[in-house]
Write a protein that binds this ligand. Sequence first.
Ligand SMILES: Nc1ncnc2c1ncn2[C@@H]1O[C@H](COP(=O)(O)OP(=O)(O)OP(=O)(O)O)[C@@H](O)[C@H]1O
Ligand SMILES: [Mg+2]
Length: 366
Amino acid sequence: MLLTNLQLVNFRNYEEAILQFSSKITCLVGLNGSGKTNLLDAIYYVCTTRSFLGVPDSQLVRHGAQYFAVQGSFNMGDARHEVACQVQPGSKKVFSHDGREYEKLSEHVGKYPIVVIAPTDIDLIRDGSEVRRKFFDNLISQVDQIYLQQLVTYSRVLKQRNSLLAMFAERKFQDNTLLQSYDDQLIHTGMGIAARRKAFIAEFKPLFDEAIAFIAGELEQADLHYRSAVADADYAQLLKQSLQRDLIMQRTHVGIHRDDFEFLFAHGELRRIGSQGQQKSFLVALKLAQLEWLKIHKQFYPILLLDDIVDKLDDVRMTRLLGKVASDATGQIFITDAAHERTLKLFSQLQLECDIFKVSNGVIGR
Ligand SMILES: Nc1ncnc2c1ncn2[C@@H]1O[C@H](COP(=O)(O)OP(=O)(O)OP(=O)(O)O)[C@@H](O)[C@H]1O
Ligand SMILES: [Mg+2]
């Protein structure tokens, strides 16, 4: 898979940009605040229908404009595909593939797999379980549309159940038949989701171990663990036991929406025990494993976005990482760098060719 063309209109600080990528590695250089990360985000957007920074569409529209548009052309083997979107906050988001508009945006998920290594990755370690669930849910969804649909159903029913609990409290009355029908749906989809997560982690863990050994030998005590109160338990029973608490708090305390993917180090929490460098290496290993896992399921490598990895790794690890991801076998890479001398030196040491684009205040050129 190769992204060959990208067109932006009113995306972040770009009024208009038309770009062609011919090389496997594209390096975006420019001062702080010039628009390097924004360009990576546009690539991520066209691949996934979302920003990797997790911001709403309204923030992606260039200040003062009403809408933004992004268009990308991809070579997939011998085939060529066009993805186009036009987004006007407040109106329906329009995404099309080869000229045909998607009925549901979820149809696009997984067609153009992409992996990002960026400074915001640290949130995966520091924040609560929700970001980690989201990260792994997004990943699994890229290869499993059924899982994606299960997640959508589960979150819809969970919302309905919580509203019902609130209604019971307000009206001081309880419709157990209706509650039971929601519970049945939650249990059914929840068990499917838990089983998928369990199977996923069993498959992912060896790839993660390999990546850890590669990027940081001394981090072999790092571990990744799927923790779920319901996966190996009597889901229905737990839900029943929690009912009184649920009624009082008006929300559902038991279920796969409380699962976590724990990041461990030396049998403790990575967040508490790992040094900053160890945490960064952990994250890079996680992303390398993500790359390999997607490759296994898609039969081709995802696009890799490397945003500001200079501050992430020391020279030795950076050289190893670039050496691996930029080898002939892997996919297309976009890399940003404010102090680009170091990256360019590494590329020349590794005898890797890269295309350089200079970004300055939302204008991009060679
Ligand atoms: N919706 C928007 N409309 C106009 N400008 C925006 C919008 N969103 C962000 N910007 C501007 O984009 C610039 C940031 O761009 P970006 O984050 O891509 O910079 P960068 O080149 O990655 O910088 P750094 O090297 O510091 O990471 C800021 O000047 C910001 O004000
Ligand atoms: Mg940036």
